[in-house]
Design a protein around this ligand. Sequence first.
Ligand code: TNX
Length: 528
Amino acid sequence: MKMHKREKKNTGWKGMIVGMMVLSLIACRHKVPEQNMAERSIIPLPSSITPEEGAFRLKKRTVIAVDEGNEQLKAVGDYLAGLFNPATGYELRVKEVKPSSEGGDIRLTLSNDAPDLGKEGYELKVSRRHMVIRANTPAGVFYGIQTLRQLLPAAIEKDSVQPGPWLIPAGTICDCPVYEHRGVMLDVARHFFPPEDVKRLIDEMTAFKLNRLHLHLSDDQGWRIEIKSWPRLTEIGAQTQVGGGKGGYYTQEEYKALVDYAASRFITLIPEIDMPGHTNAALASYAELNCDGKARELYTGTNVGFSTLCTRKEEVYKFIDDVVGEISALTPGAWFHIGGDESHVTPMEEYIPFIERAQEIVARHDKQVIGWDEISHAGLRPGTIVQYWARAENAKRAVEKGARVIMSPADRTYLDMQYDSLCPLGLHWAGYVEVDQAYNWDPTTLVEGIGREHIAGVESPIWTETITNMDDLNFMAFPRLAGHAEIGWSEAARRDWDDYRNRLGRFARRFQAMGIRFYHSPRVDWQE
Ligand code: TNX
């Protein structure tokens, strides 16, 4: 009897506990806001988003499954786990499965049956229990992961454990980029940025699916890469910077490590050695590069256009051959940038044969030439790419000579241009570049005669006369760089300033979680 009574009582208790659990579960469900894939703020805007009901919940036991036997894809899986582990506090498992199998909760797979996705596109399918990112290449899967990141709450970007829940709204995203070249240029010559800063920038680029980092490695104020056959370039030429600070340079080891770090994020480094102008640091290091045979003084000001290699001296071409050779040996990427801008003290009749010869030297080291738009005055080798920054007529001439163009119009893409007259950093020779001015243009309609087929892509230069550290760099780059990334990735016909402005406003928390100090443009409603 007693037993029976007790059992009865127990059942009552149990019932209550179960009831409370059910109730709290329902309450919990109600606390989670509706999840709608189309309402997430994704930059760059994907080609198509088809939302469905429900959400996938990232849990401690979520397994990432990759096709077996593909090292690069396995690395992408590990990258994904590494991306989500800090904020979730999980240790997500990555396992290899048969390529044809479904296995795992988050499936990363290469499929060969999606020609539309091209080399960098992906398809992301999320349902309640399962998620698949499918692409033709590991790069495509990697870009799918960048989208997945933005489907999660901004707190996923933090580096300490956050409460969650980690819900990813269900649906399908199909996405591929418009342009193959989606770049950033960093001037490490005016102010030196150590390798850890460059890595940081690489990580920031990664989030916006950018794929080329052009490093401006030499200028009047500094030479920033070790050249073993010409050691004084760094012994002397690297020892200062704008304002007279101590400068710095990358050893070849360090440069190689940067190449590898970038490659692990599907970013190609493009080295630039600017010539024949912007060469004072080299001219100070080696007297024989000057026509008068006299070494120049190191320079720490911000003037441009006063220096030139002696284009009539044979040793100058030996110098270029050595420099291009050593740097090319560190460069798995296809390109070598020869600068060629603002050579105001090189007579045109010397500039033209010089640029032609520099192109030959680069070709001999198996690289393709990129140069600033002035190089179109010279003959252009097949495959040479011209980077438009200032003069439309230079870019048009390049296209007439058969070259393709990278679009870096200063009044839209220069991240060192001030946002407005109150901006504490930057220059304004090309005007003020507010966030809408930076976003609201189409590379195919900017210069008459230069259309889609002539354009390799878009690149955003960060000149550093006034920029000395990563916080200031981020402030000038963001949010404008996010807009440039969208111009490079998303169809112009689908882009719209009001829609972008809205997405960008909701991106504020993500910038913060990523530790990016950004400019709070008054033209955007920031949702913080
Ligand atoms: C022009 S863009 C330059 C750079 C300056 C920059 C400052 C280009 C090819 N040359 O040397 O740093 O303006 O905005």
